[in-house]
Design a protein around this ligand. Sequence first.
Ligand code: NAP
Length: 291
Amino acid sequence: MRVAVIGLGTMGAPMAGHLLDAGHEVTVHNRTRERELPLAERGAARAATPAEAAAGVDAVLVCVSDTPDLDAVVFGADGVAQGLAAGGTVIDCSTVSPSATAELAERLAAQGIGLVDAPVSGGSEGAENGTLTIFVGGSPDHVERAQPILQAFGKRITHLGPSGCGQMAKAVNQVMIAGTYATVGEGIALAQAAGLPLEQLMEALSAGAASSWVLANRAQNMVDDSYPLGFKVSLHRKDVAIALDEAGRLGLDLGVSQVVLAEEDDLIGEGHGDEDVSALARIAKRRSVRP
Ligand code: NAP
């Protein structure tokens, strides 16, 4: 397929690489244009604007930070909507608002363009290895057309309903991992304070009921008190806010998520917003570990 990829950050760049490996005809565009170069060396065409990238392709994959960024890339000046022909599909792998996604889908549908929301889970490792879990929303015909693209970097792809349902599922995912990051951090703070042998403890924990992706992939950051990316605190904070907003609309009060949101606000205020989310352990440690 002819596919454009817009947003070549931690997640988008390896997604574009997998699309090239799978034999698709790929055009890339990134706001910071230098980020296009490694993909151009691997055979991708470069485009100066989202509209130029979208001209003449079957689908446009977008992976940018937040809802206003998606809106700007699709409907801004020189946006995707000005380049993509009717019948084309926009596949959004960013994590953004489910409600805004449903509205965006309506605006695109007025131009004959389909929107498939396809937020992902599995971290930077999942993007590099092409093993992401993908939560999908959209009309069945456009979801079907998006499959060859999603299969290039997704291991489990689940269609959950119309536009916005993929993003709502991702909000559920982010609520669940919010508590996990926070409590794995607390557990490590407790283990360090108690002087337990951490390497053996991690092996034991991972074989029992405390096992989780966060424990397997991010506990070492917390042990080392070093938080390289991964997934930025600021991006997870954005996701928790999305989930709380949707929960509020549904009359729900998500207490643990509120606590994690406040902790992430503290981290961002202290200058840790660009660290990996495992930096939540900083807060657990300073509350719990004896000097
Ligand atoms: P990232 O490394 O910060 O990359 C963000 C990308 O979006 C960059 O290419 C950036 O361009 C572009 N961008 C942001 N705002 C833009 C705008 N207004 N106009 C044009 N381009 C814009 O972020 P990431 O980690 O790849 O995350 C991307 C999305 O995936 C986010 O929604 C995130 O929540 C989600 N996600 C991330 C992970 C993870 O582990 N990292 C896992 C699952 C889902 P520049 O290069 O010019 O800044």
